[in-house]
Write a protein that binds this ligand. Structure first.
Ligand code: P1T
Length: 391
């Protein structure tokens, strides 16, 4: 079965009790047992719920994974995956990651005895140098949030030892454009809040693997820690995921056109989009991904204030956190999604105050281009401010 068919059929057989074509929202916390311990495989909804199970099967099939475990948010999924480590264990983490992931690692899990080293994982020597005897996990976000940097998943998988696992946050690429398990990763994590849900109406997360032992550990965490999605949210996510293939094709088509438009403007200093020939890892993107996705970031010429004014002036790009919905969004990472990273660290990683991130939606491309053109023209770069932000 192929991708678009799996999205619509796997986990979504007609309901066994009623024949309902669409998986019902099993809005129940518990299940009546015939006798103690004698039931139909369902006992309590933190542990198992038929709607959530359907979502887990659907998403596992899309990543070509054996097992899926759904969570109440991307962060809950990340936390559950990290729970396979113990105090004293060490993880090597890519240096450009979602600010909330950095916050969880540096302000919660580090207090619990885990250790993290952040490195530019496009530099394999730096990755090797960061490995210690206690290293158990590599955490990769590719393309990264917000700079769209790429990491060679196959190369990282090739340099790790037995007993070390590679985890890929595949939120930006989605399984439609990138299949990390086939490239050697053990676990894939998603914030399903983004492209998988696809409509900015539900928060969720998922962890996917074909490794039975890891699945059991993550499943144990799901039940023991309890960060599960309710059946209504699982259902919304499943409905969104049915159209992932068609949406991703449109997101990408629009993002490419916008990246090219922004690159052509003299008043835009830099555009980060893996689909541009100017992207330093464009060749890796072509090898590792089957498409370049719908996310891009850019730095406008002029002072940061120009970027802020531009971001607030657009008609179709809502100034908002999050990404991956059908509607276009724009954000200012330094003050919004990555505000939890200390300013010095942010600057070192290239997240400067002039950086804007665009989640390109699937509106008509001409409307989006007109909006951006109008917005840029409305904040012309003055001669004295032109050189003030040349990163
Ligand atoms: O928001 P939540 O569903 O908990 O997912 C966290 C998360 C994990 N991984 C990546 C790559 C993410 O981008 C996110 C969430 N990101 C945003 C809210 C954002 O605007 O970047």
């Amino acid at each position: 079965m192929r991708f678009a068919t799996k999205a619509i059929h796997v986990g979504q057989e007609p309901d066994p009790t009623t024949g309902a074509t669409i998986v019902p929202i099993y809005q129940t916390s518990t299940y009546t047992q015939l006798r103690v311990g004698e039931h139909k495989g369902f006992d309590y909804s933190r542990t198992i719920n038929p709607t959530r199970l359907a979502l887990e099967r659907q998403l596992a099939s899309l990543e070509n994974a054996e097992y899926g475990t759904a969570f109440a948010s991307g962060m809950a999924a990340t936390d559950a995956v990290l729970s396979v480590l113990s105090a004293g264990d060490h993880a090597v983490v890519s240096d450009d990651i979602y600010g909330g992931t950095y916050r969880l690692f540096s302000r919660v899990l580090q207090r619990h005895g885990l250790e993290f080293t952040y490195v530019d994982m496009s530099d394999l020597e730096a990755v090797r140098a960061a490995v210690r005897p206690a290293t158990k996990l590599f955490w990769i976000e590719t393309p990264s949030n917000p700079l769209l940097k790429l990491i060679d998943i196959r190369a990282i998988a090739a340099l790790r030892d037995a007993g070390q696992i590679v985890v890929v946050d595949n939120t930006f690429a989605t399984p439609y454009f990138q299949q990390p398990l086939a490239l050697g990763a053990e676990v894939v994590v998603h914030s399903t809040t983004k492209y998988i849900g696809g409509h900015s109406d539900v928060v969720g997360g998922v962890a996917l693997t074909s490794n039975r032992e890891l699945y059991e550990a993550i499943k144990f965490a799901q039940n023991a820690m309890g960060g599960v999605p309710g059946p209504q949210d699982a259902w919304l996510t499943m409905r969104g995921a049915k159209t992932l293939a068609v949406r991703m094709r449109e997101h990408e088509r629009n993002a490419r056109a916008i990246a090219e438009f922004l690159e052509s403007r003299a008043d835009v200093v830099r555009v980060h989009y893996p689909g541009l020939a100017s992207h330093p890892q464009h060749e890796l993107a072509k090898r590792q991904m089957t498409g370049f996705g719908g996310m891009l970031s850019c730095v406008l010429a002029g002072p940061p204030q120009r970027a802020l004014e531009f971001a607030g002036s657009l008609r179709y790009f809502s100034l908002a956190e999050s990404l991956g919905g059908v509607e276009s969004l724009i954000s200012h990472p330094a003050r919004m999604t990555h505000g939890s990273i200390p300013p010095a660290d942010r600057e070192r990683r290239g997240i400067n105050d002039g950086l804007l991130r665009l989640s390109v939606g699937i509106e008509d491309i001409d409307d989006l281009l007109e909006d951006l053109r109008r917005g840029l023209d409305a904040v012309p770069v003055t001669a004295d401010s032109w050189d003030s932000v040349r990163p």
